[in-house]
Design a protein around this ligand. Structure first.
Ligand code: AVJ
Length: 328
C-alpha cells in the first residue's frame, strides 16, 4: 500500500484501489477497471457465471482442452525443445496467468505426467491456496507454487523460478478485457519474460450479437450481481453510499470495436459519496465496467505477431465459438 494521501490512509482505504476507482469515476466517461471485480465474492460469482447456460466460453474452451489435451501437450513440448534443447521441455514449469480455481489446467496436467512444476498466478489469494493442495494430491510428482499477483504488473516470481523454462497458459479469453494496444503490450511482455517458450492462450471468437449479449446478461441475473458487486465493494471498502438497486446492469455489443461492453446505468439523476468525494450521475448515465474484446482467428494471429510471437496452430470447437492458440 502506497501512502500518498494521509487522509485516505487514516480512513483505512487501500490507496492504490482508491486512486484507481476515483480516477475511473471522475473522468468525462465513467469507467471502472474490471480487475476490481475479483474480490472473494466477485470470484465466487465469476465461478457461477462459468456454469451458466448463456456463458458458452468456459464449457466450450474446456471441451477444446479436453479433446485436444495430448496434442496440445506434445505441441508445447516440441516448442520448448526447439527453444531450449531436450532440457527445455524436461525442466519446464507451466505458468498460468489468472489461474482462478485452476479447473481448466487439469485437462493439460493430465496429458503432461512428466511436468514437475505448475505456477498458478492469481490476484485472489483465497482461490490459490485451496486449489494448490487439491492439485498436488491429484498429481503426485507435481510441485504447485502459487503466486499471488497481478499480471498487468511485474510478476514477482520466487527467485528459484525466475530463470527456468516456462510454458505459459492464459485461458478464458481474459486478454479480451484489454483493448488491442494493451493486449499487444501484455503479449509482448510475456514474450520478454525470462524462460518463456510456448504460450497457450484462449480467445473468444466474434459471433452472432445476440449470443454475445446474452452471455453477459443471463436470465438468472448472476452477471448482473457480478457487475453490481463492484458497487458493493466501493461501499464496503471506500465508504461509498451507492444504492445498488438504482443502477441497471447492461450488456451491449459494440460492433465497431468488436467488443461486448458491460455497464451499470443510473436509473435516475443522483449524487453518490465515495472516499470523501461526490460523484454526480445523470439519469441514464453509465459506469462502463468492462470490455470483452472478440477476435477472429486471423485477427488474433495478427496481434500476436505484432507482439513478437509466432502463431504455431490453433484448436477450436465445431461451432467456431472459441479458439485456443499456441504461440511460440
Ligand atoms: C474473465 C474476462 C474472460 O470477459 O468473458 C464474464 C469476465 N464478465 N462475464 C469475460 C466476465 C462478465 C470474462 N473474462
Amino acid at each position: 500500500m502506497t501512502n500518498q494521501d494521509p487522509a485516505a490512509a487514516q480512513a483505512g482505504f487501500d490507496e492504490a484501489f482508491r486512486a484507481s476507482v476515483l480516477e475511473g469515476l471522475t473522468g468525462a466517461v465513467k469507467t471502472a477497471d474490471p480487475k476490481h471485480f475479483y474480490d472473494a465474492e466477485g470470484s465466487r460469482l465469476f465461478d457461477r457465471i462459468c456454469t451458466l447456460p448463456e456463458y458458452y466460453p468456459t464449457r466450450t474452451e474446456t471441451a477444446i482442452l479436453t479433446r485436444h489435451a495430448s496434442e496440445m501437450a506434445r505441441a508445447i513440448e516440441t516448442v520448448m525443445q526447439r527453444r531450449g534443447g531436450p532440457d527445455g521441455a524436461r525442466d519446464m514449469a507451466l505458468l498460468e496467468l489468472g489461474a482462478g480455481s485452476s479447473v481448466k489446467v487439469r485437462r493439460l496436467l493430465g496429458a503432461m505426467p512428466e511436468l514437475r512444476c505448475y505456477i498458478p498466478l492469481d490476484i485472489s489469494a483465497d482461490h490459490l491456496a485451496a486449489s494448490a493442495a487439491l492439485l498436488e494430491a491429484d498429481h503426485p510428482g507435481l510441485e504447485v507454487r502459487p503466486v499471488e499477483g497481478d499480471f498487468t504488473g511485474a510478476l514477482n516470481l520466487p527467485a528459484d523460478l525466475e530463470d527456468c523454462p516456462k510454458a505459459l497458459f492464459f485461458p478464458g479469453s481474459t486478454i479480451g478485457n484489454f483493448d488491442p494496444d494493451a493486449a499487444r503490450d501484455l503479449l509482448a511482455r510475456m514474450r520478454a519474460l525470462k524462460g518463456a517458450g510456448a504460450f497457450l492462450i484462449g480467445i473468444d471468437l466474434v459471433k452472432d450479437a445476440d449470443v454475445l449479449v446474452r452471455a453477459y446478461d443471463d436470465a438468472q441475473g448472476v452477471t448482473a450481481a457480478f457487475n453490481r458487486n463492484l458497487l458493493k465493494r466501493f461501499n464496503a471498502e471506500l465508504g461509498a453510499n451507492f444504492d445498488l438497486s438504482s443502477f441497471d446492469h447492461e450488456s451491449r455489443w459494440n460492433a465497431a470495436e468488436s467488443r461486448v461492453e458491460m455497464h451499470l446505468v443510473s436509473r435516475k439523476r443522483q449524487s453518490v459519496a465515495i472516499a470523501g468525494q461526490r460523484i454526480e450521475f445523470e439519469a441514464g448515465e453509465s459506469i462502463h465496467t468492462e470490455n470483452s474484446y472478440k477476435y477472429s482467428v486471423e485477427g488474433f494471429e495478427r496481434l500476436a505477431k505484432e507482439a513478437g510471437w509466432h502463431p504455431e496452430r490453433h484448436w477450436s470447437d465445431p461451432e467456431d465459438l472459441f479458439a485456443v492458440h499456441l504461440l511460440a
